[in-house]
Design a protein around this ligand. Structure first.
Ligand SMILES: Cc1ncc(COP(=O)(O)O)c(C=O)c1O
Length: 897
């Protein structure tokens, strides 16, 4: 693999491939017209050839045919071949000939038709299988032919082989070719690539030990599974297969074969592996259910659609959604359907498959969004009075979960990004300080959970492993709840996975099982000496005691926010060594929050979303990242757009102290892939590239206003807003046409603005400049959480801020115990100055920014009031402008209501 010219090319190599072929095509067509560009054509093809080795199409023969045409000086033939290849790659119709069948003829270039046409025939999903082989390249055409001969008409899927002959090439192939769904590894292949691959080597560095000399099939399987856990891995060996199979690392291989003595068995195993991911137990059954003639005498009149399709008045609904929606509506848990609340059949199986896919021990499907998932987890694990260390800036479902369950929040603050009226994420030092304070006061036993958002709305990803490691060093049984509402997709990116809850939990689990970990812990203890002080522990990078750690990790994700699930589809992922002990509590929480009439289509979509991610998640997520990088680069380098708008770079959203790698942005000259990898591994926070904060205050628009312009005038929906920005999010659904549309729209808006400023006279320009200044500079300070009123801190410690929020919340149910003070009033000022203290009766959550400015029981301070007064947003939940601030009168709390 050649060294990518730019760092983004590594991320986007498979989409860059289509561009590169397009460039080759334009040169080939020039040559066909008689222009003297043969040299240029050969050079650009030579560059592509290295990467093309990792794809089945056009394959060795395709490339050779092209070379032959060039050697014969046949410009027209060469251009024709390049056009076919380029079209096939661009339209994703690779590997199918005009009959919709994968080509089996090495000598003939397939004539490619768009997938949609091919699809009309029986659809047999297509994938590629990587063979890491010891065979000499001269034998490869014969090997490929042998593999193809194994195809049978009854096969459910069809694949093409790709051959490589070293471990490094195998690694490169699975990174650049997302169609590879299975890998067959011959034991003992060479490690080093025959190509110059310095970038690749820097990525492989952590695996250097495992891959030295001759790569054992299992060691290579282990490395590949770390990069793409979705792959089915097979090892073939001519050594003692029984010994190999007994090896601990053998679990990474789906099967181990003795040489290729049973090629058909291998073929069938490959297909079975794909089928295992392709199956969607609940969805498959729902389809069968929909086909059955079923009469319903149940409270679900819409089922079967008769009341819809026979209606004079609502038939259009049926026509809009189609009959299957109604045939698949059911409230039954019989007839092969299962119960979401107590699954024993295909929902259970679907959840087990999801657990495998997401790297969890258990998965629970949730049909009311992650708002419900969070409440379930909090209720299941936290008892009244338990302390939960929680980001105050987290989604309201966490705060409400604590109110319902009686857990006491110990609020920790994220670092502020005042300039953009938003928060980042919570520094590890702040979290450790809270834990160490509790330790010093002998109250660690009351702490139950650390509850953080990963990634945050604006894309800050924690160093999840480091956070868990260091916290477990202070409290070895701490439970972690990672709200990954936005980033469930990150599992399928080798780059982002290590920063997900489950990615980090897997790494920690491996570390815990490694005998050398105890030594590392003991070494640190000996360095600390007897009884290290909290200051010492705060400064050190703590190592937990592997013998004491109980790994208890929960993740919630809005599958509907980043994968192909219908709105509200969410999952709870569990990796908890003590889960058996809390399982019944967990079920109680499910019973508390889950609807007894869950939507079948929603459950089916969760099942299908899992199938998709297991089979093409890697490609889709790479695409989402590549789209994001294109948008970032296009906006920030466009001469006109960048006059008014910019997408904030990682160094603008993450202060230096949390980016020790020094990584600033993907597009800073001199940034190498090595820098990105280092930042991803080491930095305290990393910015998810798919979440793009577009500053619009510099163009004179506030976030809400600009969101409206984009939606109403250009049909572009954005994610959220701040005072001076909007958040764009790329996802698995976006195409490069979307990028083009966005760029075109921003050019149009910038052109209009340019024109307005040019023709608006001095007055117009001054008004605009003052608006920009107000949006960008006169930004209110973000208020920290002040404290709970003493009335709600009867069992609290001296140094930490936890409080009994539940009592305060229910205290407000007693109307006589509440009062209102107008925000803009002398009374409010006087109370701030002279008391009595004002205590919030409820949550007050302005949108944007969307975090609670006040929580029940919180004492209001000048900072809080100042922020409220400066807020210029329309939507403030929990605040009635006409009445003023709702406060609790002193002594009004109803304890333990
Ligand atoms: C961090 C976070 N968690 C949870 C949720 C709630 O998720 P859902 O919309 O799936 O209920 C949101 C919603 O925006 C969120 O931002």
């Amino acid at each position: 693999m050649s060294k990518p010219a730019r760092i983004d090319e590594f991320f986007i190599i498979h989409s860059a491939r289509a561009d590169k072929w397009r460039n080759v095509l334009s040169v080939a067509e020039k040559w066909a017209r008689g222009e003297p560009v043969r040299g240029e054509l050969e050079t650009s093809l030579a560059e592509l050839k290295i990467v093309e080795e990792f794809y089945a199409y056009p394959g060795i023969h395709g490339m050779r045919n092209l070379e032959v045409a060039i050697a014969k000086n046949d410009g027209r033939a060469a251009a024709g071949l390049v056009r076919r290849i380029s079209d096939a790659i661009l339209t994703h119709s690779i590997g199918r000939d005009s009959d919709g069948e994968v080509t089996g003829d090495d000598e003939r270039m397939p004539s490619i038709v768009p997938m949609a046409i091919a699809e009309k025939r029986i659809h047999r999903p297509y994938f590629e299988v990587l063979f890491v082989t010891n065979q000499q390249p001269a034998r490869w055409p014969a090997v490929i032919a042998e593999i193809r001969r194994l195809r049978r008409p009854e096969d459910g899927f069809i694949y093409e082989p790709v051959l490589v002959r070293s471990a490094e090439d195998a690694f490169a192939a699975i990174v650049v070719n997302p169609r590879i769904a299975a890998v067959v590894i011959s034991d003992g292949v060479a490690v080093k690539s025959y190509h110059e691959v310095p970038v690749l080597r820097s990525i492989l560095e952590p695996f250097a030990g495992a891959l030295s000399g001759e790569a054992s099939g299992l060691a290579l399987a282990d490395v590949l599974s770390k990069v793409r856990p979705d792959l089915d891995l097979y090892v073939t060996t001519d050594r003692a297969v029984e010994v190999l199979a007994a090896n601990k690392a053998a679990s990474k291989a789906r099967r181990i074969f003795y040489a290729v003595e049973e090629p058909l068995e291998l073929h069938l195993a490959i297909l079975e592996g794909i089928q295992d991911r392709y199956q969607t137990p609940f969805f498959d059954n729902l389809k069968r259910y929909a086909e059955r003639p079923i009469g319903t005498f149940h409270a679900l009149p819409i089922a079967r659609g008769k009341s819809v399709f026979q209606s004079e008045w609502i038939r259009d609904m049926g026509e809009f959604y189609g009959i299957n929606l109604f045939l698949a509506e059911s409230s039954a848990t019989t007839g092969g359907l299962d119960s979401l609340l107590e699954p024993t059949g295909n929902i259970k199986k679907a959840q087990e498959l999801a657990a495998r896919a997401f790297g969890a021990d258990h998965v629970f499907f949730v049909t009311n969004g992650t708002s419900t998932s969070n409440k379930m987890v909090v209720q299941a694990l936290v008892a009244p009075g338990d302390i939960v260390i929680v980001d105050r800036n987290c989604h309201k479902s966490h705060h409400y979960g604590l109110v319902l369950g009686g857990g006491q929040p110990l609020y920790v603050e994220a670092f502020p990004l005042t300039k953009y009226s938003m928060y980042g994420a919570v520094p590890l030092r702040t979290i450790k300080k809270a834990l160490l304070d509790l330790r010093d006061e002998g109250r660690l036993d009351r702490v139950r959970m650390l509850d953080l958002t990963n990634c945050t709305f604006d894309g800050h990803m924690y160093n999840t492993r480091r956070v868990m490691e260091e916290c477990l060093a202070i409290k070895p049984d701490l439970i972690f709840l990672w709200d990954e509402a936005w980033s469930g997709f990150a599992r399928w990116s080798p780059f982002l996975r290590s920063r997900t809850a489950m990615g980090a939990a897997a790494a920690l689990e491996e570390w815990l099982a490694d005998p050398s970990s105890v030594a590392a812990y003991e070494h640190q203890q000996s360095e600390f000496g007897q009884d290290p002080s909290s200051e010492q522990l705060l400064e050190a990078r703590l190592i937990p005691d592997p013998r004491k750690v109980c790994l208890r990790v929960y993740q919630t994700n809005s599958t509907h926010k980043s994968m192909s699930a219908i709105r509200q589809g969410s999952m709870v992922l569990v990796k908890d060594v003590h889960f058996p002990k809390v399982e019944s509590q967990f079920h109680e929480a499910v019973f508390t929050h889950a609807s007894t009439s869950p939507n079948q289509q929603l459950i089916a979509s969760l099942d299908v979303a899992r199938r998709q991610m297991e089979l093409e998640g890697y490609s889709l997520v790479m695409n989402a990242i590549s789209i994001a990088l294109k948008i970032r680069n296009a906006i920030n380098t466009h001469p006109l757009i960048s006059k008014y708008f910019r997408v904030l770079t990682p160094d603008e959203l993450i202060p230096d102290e949390y980016r020790t790698s020094g990584f600033k942005d993907y597009f800073v000259p001199g940034t190498t892939w090595g820098h990105v990898v280092e930042a991803m591994r080491e930095d305290e926070f990393y910015l998810d590239p798919t979440r793009m904060t577009l500053v619009c205050g510099t163009a004179g628009f506030d976030g809400t206003q600009f969101k409206g312009i984009l939606a109403n005038q250009y049909n572009i929906q954005v994610n959220k807003t701040s005072r001076n920005s909007v958040l764009l999010q790329s996802n698995i659904n976006n195409t490069r046409s979307d990028v083009a549309h966005l760029v075109r729209v921003l050019i149009e808006i910038s052109t209009e603005l340019d024109e307005k400023l040019r023709t608006g006279g001095e007055g117009g320009r001054a008004a605009w400049a003052s608006r920009v200044k107000s949006l960008m500079e006169d930004v209110p300070d973000l208020p920290n959480f002040s404290r709970f009123h003493d009335e709600f801190r009867s069992n609290a410690g001296r140094t930490t801020n936890e409080g009994d929020m539940r009592s305060a919340f229910f205290g407000a149910y007693n109307a006589a115990g509440c009062e209102y003070v107008p925000l803009f009033s002398a009374e409010c000022d006087n109370r701030l100055k002279d008391g009595p203290e004002m205590v919030s009766a409820n949550f007050v959550i302005p949108y944007p920014p969307g975090f609670p400015i006040m929580v029940p029981g919180q004492v209001l301070t000048t900072e809080t009031i100042d922020f409220m007064r400066k807020l210029d947003v329309k939507e403030i939940h929990g605040y009635e402008k006409e009445k003023g601030l709702k406060l609790l009168k002193e002594g009004a709390a109803v304890k333990n209501t």
